[in-house]
Design a protein around this ligand. Structure first.
Ligand SMILES: O=C(O)Cc1cc(O)ccc1O
Ligand SMILES: [Fe+2]
Length: 443
């Protein structure tokens, strides 16, 4: 496949024309009486028309046929995708999942949409406030089918297998250790190259932003220019057998059939467009004197709530870095958090748990549920000689942290059969080191 081209910058006002049709973007206006090359103009709104300029999002798509030319939507059964947060009784326990199973293509061909499984979430798509966390496991490319979420924005973190994502805005190749964001309403079709697995954070009613940097200054963490948006690409393809456009709408799937490819956008402009980001480009800030800094220093993207400083969801990573803090217990501290923490692992292992938490698995530490390093990690780090040390070399763990108190789905608790029932045991051998009368303790 020819190398794909991208445009750089977070949230820019982009303009892109497929080189086969130079001048396809109307000059100086959005709705000419007749568009260049006889295209249709269609606006995709990602914010209310009246949103303040800084948060206003929309793009103009110039396409061979408008999206409205389709047969009526019909319900499409997909058992594992849900926004019903009352399927099972609430469970405040620490939960950990072994790597989620990927179906074998010889046994069953499963594409990205069929392979979506909601593991947990909270809130409501109708009132536009909430999140869902999905796992995708698949082995087959989508053919003559595309998908969009009417409910929210997808932050996709591949763990195994590349994704070639054809979108209305162009093509994006996303590899493990990269993420991509495909916002509400954007249509896409996923091509895969073997056994494929990853994580999705869906947010309803808000878009991801770069976090403010405060005293860090003008640069650092995820830098805006490292976000890449595809360039316009179109196909003019009639599909006599029918092209299926699948919408996730209020948590259920619906399909509408049309006789042409939806990837017929010859040119587009605007600031509402998908993007990808390579996690290797994250400029890591860490404690260089003493104490363990809160993981908010590793925030890549945030979806803000209306409460100042409180996120509907943050996407946080634990990248390779130097640990140099003196007189400090360096791993994550023991913790009870008003937020919910879902964690996943792209590769390697996580510093607070060398064993048990595996790539392609997950964990959930719900609101106020205690958690922290396992006993082995505690003993080791309490006795370690504090030399400069590479932390998390060759690894990438991440956290979807939410102010919402999440429910786990039936699939997450039962159907996936991946819950590690023994998880609590990793803290069982923590023992008291309390020595009354001995202030200084050597471990
Ligand atoms: O492992 C966790 O629970 C995530 C986490 C990491 C960290 O460095 C500090 C706090 C925290 O919740
Ligand atoms: Fe935590």
């Amino acid at each position: 496949m020819a190398e794909l081209k991208y445009m750089s910058g977070f949230g820019n006002e982009f303009s892109s024309e497929d080189p086969r049709c130079p001048g396809a973007l109307p000059e100086g206006q959005n709705n000419p009486q007749v568009c260049p090359y006889g295209l249709y103009a269609e606006q995709l709104s990602g914010s209310a028309f009246t949103c303040p300029r800084a948060s206003n999002k929309r793009s103009w798509l110039y396409r061979i046929l408008p999206s409205v030319r389709h047969k009526p939507f019909q319900a499409l059964e997909q058992k594992h995708l849900t926004h019903n947060w009352d399927e099972v009784e609430p469970d405040p326990n620490q939960l950990r999942w072994k790597p989620f199973h990927i179906p074998k293509a010889e046994e069953k061909k499963v594409d990205f949409v069929e392979g979506l499984h909601t593991v947990c979430g909270a809130g409501d798509v109708r009132s536009r406030n909430g999140i869902a966390i999905h796992i995708y496991t698949c082995n087959t490319s989508m053919t003559d089918r595309c998908f969009y979420s009417s409910d929210g924005d997808f932050l996709i973190a591949p763990q195994k297998g590349n994704l070639l994502i054809v979108t209305e805005f162009g093509k994006i190749l996303v590899e493990p250790n990269e993420i991509c964001v495909i916002q509400q309403g954007m249509r896409f079709s996923v091509e895969v190259f073997g056994e494929t697995r990853g994580y999705i954070l869906e947010v309803f009613g808000v878009h991801f932003e770069l976090p403010d940097l405060g005293p860090i200054g003008a640069n650092g963490l995820a830098n805006p220019r490292d976000f890449l948006t595809p360039v316009a690409w179109y196909e003019e393809r009639t599909v006599p057998g029918g092209y299926s456009v699948i919408s996730k709408y209020q948590g259920k799937l619906f399909v509408s059939v049309q006789d042409f490819s939806p990837f017929n956008v010859v040119a587009w402009h605007g600031n509402y467009a998908p993007y990808k980001y390579n996690l290797e480009n994250f400029m890591v800030i860490n404690s260089v004197a003493f104490d363990h800094a809160d993981p908010s220093i590793f925030t890549v993207l945030t979806a803000k709530s209306l409460r100042p400083g409180v996120a509907i969801a943050d996407f946080v990573i634990f990248p390779p870095r130097w640990g140099v803090a003196n007189k400090t217990f360096r791993p994550p501290y023991y913790h009870r958090n008003c937020m919910s923490e879902f964690m996943g692992l792209i590769k390697g292992h996580y510093e607070a748990k060398e064993g048990g938490f595996q790539p392609g698995g997950g964990s959930l530490h719900s609101a106020m549920t205690p958690h922290g390093p396992d006993a082995e990690c505690f003993e080791k780090a309490s006795a370690a000689k504090l030399e400069p040390e590479r932390v998390a070399a060759g690894t990438m763990a991440f956290m979807f942290e939410s102010s919402l108190s999440m429910a786990v789905t039936r699939w997450g608790i039962e159907t996936c059969s991946r819950l590690d029932k023994e998880y609590y045991r990793c803290w069982e051998s923590l023992r008291s080191h309390f020595r009354p009368g001995q202030k200084t303790v050597t471990m």
